[in-house]
Ligand binder design. Structure first.
Ligand SMILES: [Zn+2]
Length: 256
């Protein structure tokens, strides 16, 4: 199996664009919102771009797509959605996305909730989940229901705990502040929050985390845990674990 190297390309205020390589000169990019930032990173690392992977249609994820496809002759691979034009091939749940130039293959997981056509890519111990799952948080529900987001997060939660979670934003510090409101007694969360605070104080990235770490601290992956249900029921008595609990804490976070 090829050794996968993932390079973070920071963009805009808090986006991460991910470059995937396997030791050769070819690479793939995930969600290139900013073409210039990617072109500079390719130059800096001596990499050539062969594939562009897209998780969802938001401008900060696809803004650099057309220019990079043109400049590098790269394939554009994403979900079935006319809002993502110029795709070489579109992918659905369970499809395998092969990157022959890198010797890699990723499994496509449909994760609606943040947007209706959002997909994630899983393979080689790595999950590229766009704006669905963040470290200690999840994406806003712009086009989906709490039931859809719960179902999407349930699918991601089934991946191996050692999976590295490459989300698309550095939101972890603010997410920890909110998560501590939901679960003030969660010792693992308190530990993660101080670690994140220390990292951000020196400008260090808090991404990727592992799925196992997220399962222990991320309230949106813990909507069937008694402490999270109890916190949600204080705001809306009688709600059920799962999607109803997720709905309450997502709305709470939206106004936090
Ligand atoms: Zn988005």
């Amino acid at each position: 199996m090829p050794e996968v190297t993932v390079i973070a390309v920071p963009a805009f205020a808090d986006n991460y664009i991910w470059l995937i390589s396997t030791g050769g000169t070819e690479c793939a990019v995930v969600d290139p919102g900013d073409a210039q930032a990617v072109l500079e990173a390719l130059d800096q690392h001596g990499l050539q771009l062969s594939s562009i992977l897209i998780t969802h249609h938001h401008p900060d994820h696809i803004g650099g797509m057309a220019r990079l496809a043109e400049a590098c002759g790269a394939d554009v691979l994403g979900p079935h959605d006319p809002r993502i034009p110029g795709q070489s091939r579109s992918f659905s749940e369970g499809d395998q996305l092969g990157l022959p130039a890198l010797g890699l293959e990723f499994q496509v997981i449909e994760v609606p909730g943040h947007t209706s056509s959002h997909i994630a890519f899983y393979g080689h111990g790595c999950l590229f989940c766009g704006d669905t799952l963040f470290s200690v948080g999840c994406g806003r529900l712009f086009e989906g229901t709490p039931e859809q987001m719960q179902n999407s997060l349930d699918k991601l939660a089934e991946l191996p705990p050692e999976t590295r979670v490459f989300c698309a934003h550095e939101y972890t510090l603010a997410n920890c502040d909110f998560a501590l409101q939901v679960e003030p007694e969660n010792a693992e969360l308190k530990r993660r929050a101080s670690e994140v605070e220390a990292s951000r104080a020196i400008g260090r990235s808090t991404v990727p985390s592992t799925l196992g770490e997220e399962l222990a601290v991320n309230p949106f992956l813990r909507t069937r845990q008694p402490a999270v249900i109890a916190a949600a029921r204080e705001r809306k008595p009688g709600i059920e674990p799962g999607a109803q609990t997720l709905a309450v804490i997502r709305a709470w976070k939206d106004s936090f």
